[in-house]
Design a protein around this ligand. Structure first.
Ligand SMILES: [Zn+2]
Length: 231
Protein backbone atom coordinates (compact mmCIF):
# COMPACT_ATOMS: atom_id res chain seq x y z
CA UNK A 1 0.00 0.00 0.00
CA UNK A 2 2.72 2.46 1.01
CA UNK A 3 4.71 1.59 -2.13
CA UNK A 4 1.72 2.40 -4.32
CA UNK A 5 1.17 5.66 -2.47
CA UNK A 6 4.84 6.57 -2.83
CA UNK A 7 4.66 5.92 -6.58
CA UNK A 8 1.59 8.18 -6.83
CA UNK A 9 3.25 10.89 -4.76
CA UNK A 10 6.38 10.73 -6.87
CA UNK A 11 4.39 11.06 -10.08
CA UNK A 12 2.25 13.84 -8.63
CA UNK A 13 5.34 15.79 -7.69
CA UNK A 14 6.67 15.42 -11.21
CA UNK A 15 3.31 16.61 -12.58
CA UNK A 16 3.37 19.66 -10.28
CA UNK A 17 6.96 20.49 -11.26
CA UNK A 18 6.02 20.35 -14.96
CA UNK A 19 2.97 22.54 -14.34
CA UNK A 20 5.09 25.14 -12.61
CA UNK A 21 7.69 25.06 -15.42
CA UNK A 22 4.88 25.51 -17.95
CA UNK A 23 3.50 28.49 -16.05
CA UNK A 24 6.95 30.12 -16.20
CA UNK A 25 7.18 29.96 -20.01
CA UNK A 26 4.70 32.78 -20.87
CA UNK A 27 6.36 35.00 -18.28
CA UNK A 28 9.78 34.32 -19.82
CA UNK A 29 8.43 35.05 -23.31
CA UNK A 30 6.86 38.31 -22.10
CA UNK A 31 10.20 39.36 -20.58
CA UNK A 32 12.00 38.82 -23.89
CA UNK A 33 9.25 40.65 -25.80
CA UNK A 34 9.67 43.53 -23.38
CA UNK A 35 13.36 43.73 -24.30
CA UNK A 36 12.49 43.85 -28.01
CA UNK A 37 9.94 46.61 -27.33
CA UNK A 38 12.50 48.58 -25.31
CA UNK A 39 14.96 48.45 -28.23
CA UNK A 40 12.24 49.57 -30.65
CA UNK A 41 11.20 52.50 -28.50
CA UNK A 42 14.84 53.56 -28.09
CA UNK A 43 15.14 53.71 -31.88
CA UNK A 44 11.83 55.55 -32.20
CA UNK A 45 12.96 58.09 -29.61
CA UNK A 46 16.21 58.68 -31.54
CA UNK A 47 14.21 59.09 -34.75
CA UNK A 48 11.83 61.56 -33.11
CA UNK A 49 14.76 63.60 -31.83
CA UNK A 50 16.25 63.79 -35.33
CA UNK A 51 12.94 64.89 -36.88
CA UNK A 52 12.55 67.60 -34.26
CA UNK A 53 16.02 68.96 -35.00
CA UNK A 54 15.32 68.96 -38.73
CA UNK A 55 12.12 70.95 -38.15
CA UNK A 56 14.12 73.41 -36.05
CA UNK A 57 16.75 73.78 -38.79
CA UNK A 58 14.04 74.47 -41.37
CA UNK A 59 12.51 77.15 -39.10
CA UNK A 60 15.89 78.86 -38.67
CA UNK A 61 16.43 78.80 -42.44
CA UNK A 62 13.05 80.46 -42.91
CA UNK A 63 13.95 83.15 -40.38
CA UNK A 64 17.26 83.74 -42.13
CA UNK A 65 15.41 84.02 -45.45
CA UNK A 66 12.95 86.61 -44.18
CA UNK A 67 15.70 88.60 -42.46
CA UNK A 68 17.67 88.62 -45.72
CA UNK A 69 14.57 89.82 -47.59
CA UNK A 70 14.09 92.66 -45.11
CA UNK A 71 17.73 93.58 -45.45
CA UNK A 72 17.47 93.65 -49.27
CA UNK A 73 14.43 95.88 -48.99
CA UNK A 74 16.27 98.32 -46.70
CA UNK A 75 19.19 98.34 -49.12
CA UNK A 76 17.03 99.22 -52.11
CA UNK A 77 15.19 101.87 -50.07
CA UNK A 78 18.54 103.29 -49.08
CA UNK A 79 19.38 103.79 -52.75
CA UNK A 80 16.23 105.87 -53.23
CA UNK A 81 16.25 108.18 -50.18
CA UNK A 82 17.56 111.74 -50.53
CA UNK A 83 17.87 112.83 -46.91
CA UNK A 84 20.97 111.94 -44.99
CA UNK A 85 19.19 111.06 -41.70
CA UNK A 86 16.86 108.67 -43.57
CA UNK A 87 19.87 107.09 -45.21
CA UNK A 88 21.56 106.64 -41.86
CA UNK A 89 18.40 105.24 -40.22
CA UNK A 90 18.19 102.61 -42.96
CA UNK A 91 21.91 101.89 -42.45
CA UNK A 92 21.16 101.10 -38.80
CA UNK A 93 18.35 98.74 -39.85
CA UNK A 94 20.65 97.02 -42.36
CA UNK A 95 23.34 96.51 -39.70
CA UNK A 96 20.69 95.26 -37.26
CA UNK A 97 19.35 92.65 -39.70
CA UNK A 98 22.93 91.65 -40.50
CA UNK A 99 23.66 90.79 -36.87
CA UNK A 100 20.28 89.03 -36.65
CA UNK A 101 21.27 86.88 -39.64
CA UNK A 102 24.67 86.08 -38.12
CA UNK A 103 23.13 85.01 -34.83
CA UNK A 104 20.67 82.79 -36.71
CA UNK A 105 23.47 81.28 -38.77
CA UNK A 106 25.40 80.39 -35.61
CA UNK A 107 22.32 78.76 -34.21
CA UNK A 108 21.79 76.87 -37.45
CA UNK A 109 25.34 75.55 -37.23
CA UNK A 110 24.72 74.28 -33.70
CA UNK A 111 21.52 72.54 -34.86
CA UNK A 112 23.42 70.97 -37.75
CA UNK A 113 25.99 69.50 -35.36
CA UNK A 114 23.15 68.21 -33.20
CA UNK A 115 21.59 66.66 -36.32
CA UNK A 116 24.85 64.82 -37.06
CA UNK A 117 24.90 63.49 -33.52
CA UNK A 118 21.24 62.50 -33.67
CA UNK A 119 21.87 60.63 -36.94
CA UNK A 120 24.70 58.68 -35.33
CA UNK A 121 22.53 57.91 -32.35
CA UNK A 122 19.70 56.71 -34.60
CA UNK A 123 22.07 54.49 -36.60
CA UNK A 124 23.50 53.03 -33.38
CA UNK A 125 20.02 52.35 -32.00
CA UNK A 126 19.05 50.69 -35.29
CA UNK A 127 22.16 48.50 -35.26
CA UNK A 128 21.61 47.57 -31.64
CA UNK A 129 18.02 46.65 -32.37
CA UNK A 130 19.00 44.52 -35.37
CA UNK A 131 21.83 42.87 -33.43
CA UNK A 132 19.68 41.95 -30.43
CA UNK A 133 16.34 41.21 -32.08
CA UNK A 134 17.47 38.05 -33.86
CA UNK A 135 18.84 36.72 -30.56
CA UNK A 136 15.62 37.63 -28.78
CA UNK A 137 13.49 36.03 -31.48
CA UNK A 138 15.57 32.86 -31.32
CA UNK A 139 15.06 32.83 -27.55
CA UNK A 140 11.29 33.16 -27.97
CA UNK A 141 11.34 30.34 -30.53
CA UNK A 142 13.25 28.13 -28.09
CA UNK A 143 10.78 28.98 -25.32
CA UNK A 144 7.82 28.06 -27.53
CA UNK A 145 9.47 24.73 -28.36
CA UNK A 146 10.05 24.16 -24.66
CA UNK A 147 6.40 24.91 -23.99
CA UNK A 148 5.33 22.31 -26.54
CA UNK A 149 7.63 19.63 -25.16
CA UNK A 150 6.62 20.44 -21.58
CA UNK A 151 3.00 20.07 -22.59
CA UNK A 152 3.56 16.59 -23.95
CA UNK A 153 5.66 15.66 -20.90
CA UNK A 154 2.86 16.94 -18.69
CA UNK A 155 0.32 14.84 -20.55
CA UNK A 156 2.46 11.74 -19.97
CA UNK A 157 2.89 12.69 -16.32
CA UNK A 158 -0.89 13.09 -15.94
CA UNK A 159 -1.45 9.67 -17.47
CA UNK A 160 1.14 8.19 -15.10
CA UNK A 161 -0.64 9.81 -12.14
CA UNK A 162 -3.99 8.41 -13.29
CA UNK A 163 -2.45 4.94 -13.60
CA UNK A 164 -1.00 5.15 -10.09
CA UNK A 165 -4.32 6.40 -8.70
CA UNK A 166 -6.25 3.52 -10.25
CA UNK A 167 -4.22 1.05 -8.16
CA UNK A 168 -5.42 2.61 -4.89
CA UNK A 169 -8.67 1.99 -3.04
CA UNK A 170 -11.12 4.87 -2.99
CA UNK A 171 -10.77 5.70 0.76
CA UNK A 172 -6.97 5.77 0.46
CA UNK A 173 -7.22 8.00 -2.60
CA UNK A 174 -9.55 10.33 -0.70
CA UNK A 175 -7.18 10.52 2.25
CA UNK A 176 -4.26 11.22 -0.09
CA UNK A 177 -6.18 13.93 -1.96
CA UNK A 178 -7.27 15.61 1.23
CA UNK A 179 -3.69 15.69 2.52
CA UNK A 180 -2.34 16.77 -0.88
CA UNK A 181 -4.60 19.82 -0.69
CA UNK A 182 -3.58 20.53 2.89
CA UNK A 183 -0.80 20.43 4.13
CA UNK A 184 0.33 19.67 0.56
CA UNK A 185 2.94 17.31 -0.90
CA UNK A 186 4.81 15.38 0.36
CA UNK A 187 2.08 13.67 2.37
CA UNK A 188 3.58 10.17 2.54
CA UNK A 189 6.65 10.59 4.69
CA UNK A 190 9.22 8.38 6.35
CA UNK A 191 9.70 8.26 10.09
CA UNK A 192 13.27 9.17 10.94
CA UNK A 193 14.66 8.71 14.44
CA UNK A 194 11.13 8.48 15.75
CA UNK A 195 10.10 11.77 14.10
CA UNK A 196 7.61 12.46 11.33
CA UNK A 197 9.41 13.36 8.08
CA UNK A 198 6.78 16.03 7.38
CA UNK A 199 6.41 18.07 10.56
CA UNK A 200 9.56 16.73 12.30
CA UNK A 201 7.70 16.18 15.54
CA UNK A 202 8.00 13.00 17.57
CA UNK A 203 5.66 10.18 16.59
CA UNK A 204 3.47 9.15 19.52
CA UNK A 205 3.93 5.63 20.90
CA UNK A 206 0.33 4.91 19.96
CA UNK A 207 0.94 5.73 16.29
CA UNK A 208 4.24 3.85 16.47
CA UNK A 209 2.66 0.66 17.71
CA UNK A 210 -0.27 0.99 15.28
CA UNK A 211 1.97 1.13 12.24
CA UNK A 212 3.84 -2.00 13.28
CA UNK A 213 0.61 -3.95 12.94
CA UNK A 214 -0.16 -5.57 9.59
CA UNK A 215 -0.48 -3.52 6.42
CA UNK A 216 -2.46 -0.55 7.51
CA UNK A 217 -2.04 3.16 6.94
CA UNK A 218 -1.10 5.30 9.92
CA UNK A 219 -1.08 9.05 10.07
CA UNK A 220 1.03 11.42 12.13
CA UNK A 221 -1.09 12.69 15.01
CA UNK A 222 0.53 16.12 14.71
CA UNK A 223 0.23 16.94 11.01
CA UNK A 224 -1.97 14.15 9.65
CA UNK A 225 0.53 12.95 7.03
CA UNK A 226 0.77 9.24 6.25
CA UNK A 227 3.89 7.89 7.95
CA UNK A 228 5.96 4.78 7.29
CA UNK A 229 9.40 3.29 7.87
CA UNK A 230 11.62 1.95 10.65
CA UNK A 231 10.28 -1.59 11.07
ZN1 LIG B 1 3.75 15.00 11.13
Amino acid sequence: MIEKLLVLQDRDQRRLALESQLRAVPRDIAAVEQKIAAGQSAREAAHGELLQLEVKKKAIENEIGSAAERQARYKSQQLQVRKNDEYQALGVEIAHTQSEIETLEEEELRVMYAIDEAKQKLAAAGEELQRTTSGHEARIGALRERETSLQSELQQAQEAVAAARSLLDEPVRRLYDRLATKPGLPVVVAIQEGKCGGCHLKISSNVDSERRKADQLVTCDQCGRIVYGEP
